[in-house]
Design a protein around this ligand. Structure first.
Ligand SMILES: Cc1ncc(COP(=O)(O)O)c(C=O)c1O
Length: 492
């Protein structure tokens, strides 16, 4: 009998690691060649994966070969292939060779970058790469760490970015920004976003204690949108005036550049002017669209950032860096730190005490953090800005092609302006026909679309084709259109 935990030897790790990298490379090749055994949307039924798994953990360690065989047998049938070239759902979630290798290296180094001193490279590389990216997308200099007052950090997600922004915004307001208790609404902090904003804004307000639940419209105001589904700035201004008159404290506005449903763009500069007038923090959520700003012709994505207090986007969507990698910049590092910083004795160290370093634990909700900057650094160096621009440009070109085909077929309509890689389209029929179209297209296994519901009369039930997969090429978009047309013929 032995109590030794039975670690994998270095020799075994090498062997299995090489085999695993081979397996991933082959998986990507199978996806690229549209292997019919890998339908884009998993066909697994609820409970099917769980039924193949024992109820308790094994008492004795198992052979790696047996463990890995179960990946094929149990896991793969339950995988929706986000990296398949026919994946057009939601927004993309790019993986790429350099990013996955960065992830592997981060796991292998196994460092915890909560404090500068716990791995100086994890902090300093992140700071530098965030400055690189801020420059690459044209953010104002105040958002760079070299400004001394601003800077960037990698959050897990855009949802965490908006939460962190809200906490900093509330802190900046001082005691007024805190939640008043008692039966009256007076004194309550209020945050604002358009009706088209991502649900993460409401969720952040719930977590921050600013609103009581998803339906609380006192702490969380949803500003109406105009015909282009962009925030109505006049309505925002009036709402803020009304709240101030009612004794409430406007704390933050979240503007969206590239909404989830339709890539609508809020007028950031005009919103920023309203925010400045009222002393309200402006956060910009460009989770998807931010990637496009690496291209000069899409720099409209950062328009108005000079009036924003914080700005975020996700390279884990469309910039070849696998999940999770959400970037967040602020021009007001001090408010962020005041909102997030707490220092128990066991975290004290000379570098932090001297104020000479960045401790990223103070820029995020958790204490611990992975070395995520590695994968972004690898991606930026492997592709270069030129490669990143080519990636974005090609997908915008393909989305425009698809849009053209839809517009040329009178059975269909494009129901929202296409700005980047997302096309919102539908049959000129009822919602039921569009739902059947979506389901039948997805059932082919070759493509996967998702839907949204846009305000009637603009659209109702609408199909979304988001071009952005790492491997998605023109033939895949052409195949998607053939499938849509074929299915439409069959069901109409
Ligand atoms: C505009 C927008 N904001 C926020 C999010 C949430 O992103 P995350 O999963 O990084 O929290 C999304 C997701 O698609 C989004 O489209």
């Amino acid at each position: 009998m032995t109590n030794a935990p039975g670690h994998m030897s270095s020799e075994e790790f090498r062997r299995h690691g090489h085999a695993l990298v081979d397996w991933i490379a082959s998986y990507w090749e199978r996806l690229a060649s549209h292997d019919p055994a890998l339908p884009v949307l998993s066909r697994s039924k609820p409970g099917e994966v769980a039924a193949k798994l024992p109820g308790s953990a094994p008492e004795h360690g198992e052979a790696w070969e047996a463990i890995f065989a179960d990946v094929e047998r149990i896991v793969m049938p339950g995988i929706t292939h986000w990296q398949a070239p026919g994946f057009f759902g939601f927004f993309p979630a790019n993986a790429s060779g350099p990013a996955v290798l960065g992830e592997l290296l981060s796991a292998g180094l196994g460092v915890q970058g909560m404090l500068w001193t716990t791995s100086p490279a994890a902090t300093e590389l992140e700071t530098r790469v965030l400055d690189w990216m801020a420059r690459a997308i044209g953010l104002p200099g105040e958002f760079l760490s070299v400004s001394g007052t601003g800077g960037g950090v990698i959050q897990g997600t855009a949802s965490e970015a908006v939460l962190v922004a809200m906490l900093a915004a509330r802190k900046k307001k001082g005691p007024q920004g805190q939640r008043a208790t008692g039966p009256h609404e007076g004194g309550r902090p209020v945050v604002y976003a358009s009706t088209q904003a991502h649900s993460s804004v409401v969720k952040a307000a719930m977590i921050a204690g600013i609103c009581d639940g998803p339906e609380d419209r006192v702490g969380m105001r949803l500003v109406p949108t105009d015909d282009a589904l962009a925030m109505d700035v006049g309505a925002l201004d009036r709402m803020i005036d009304g709240d101030v008159a009612g004794g409430r404290t406007p704390v933050m506005v979240c503007a969206t550049v590239g909404t989830t449903s339709s890539t609508a763009v809020d007028p950031v500069r005009a919103i920023g002017e309203v925010c400045r007038r009222h002393g309200v923090w402006l956060h910009v959520d460009a989770a998807y669209a931010g990637a496009a700003a690496v291209c000069e012709e899409f720099r409209w994505v950062v328009e108005g950032a000079e009036l924003a207090d914080s700005w975020s986007f996700n390279p884990h969507k469309w910039l070849l860096t696998n999940f999770d990698c959400g970037l967040f910049w602020t021009r007001d590092r001090a408010s962020l730190l005041r909102a997030m910083s707490v220092t128990p004795e066991y975290l004290r160290n000379a570098a932090s005490d001297a104020g000479a370093v960045i401790d990223y634990r103070d820029w995020q909700v958790p204490l611990g953090r992975r070395f995520r900057a590695l994968k972004l650094w690898f991606v930026m160096r492997h592709y270069g800005l030129e490669g990143l621009r080519a990636h974005v440009r090609e997908h915008v070109r393909l989305a425009a092609l698809f849009e053209g085909w839809v517009r040329a077929d009178e059975r269909f309509e494009v129901v929202a302006e296409r700005r980047l890689g997302l096309v919102c389209f539908r049959l000129r029929g009822d919602d039921g026909a569009n739902k059947r179209l979506l389901e039948a297209c997805n059932a082919t296994g070759r493509v996967f679309f998702t839907h949204t519901v846009l305000p009637v009369p603009r659209g109702g039930y609408t199909l979304r084709l988001a071009v952005g997969g790492t491997m998605t090429a023109e033939e895949d978009v052409a195949a998607a259109w053939r499938i849509v047309r074929g299915v439409a013929e069959a069901i109409c």
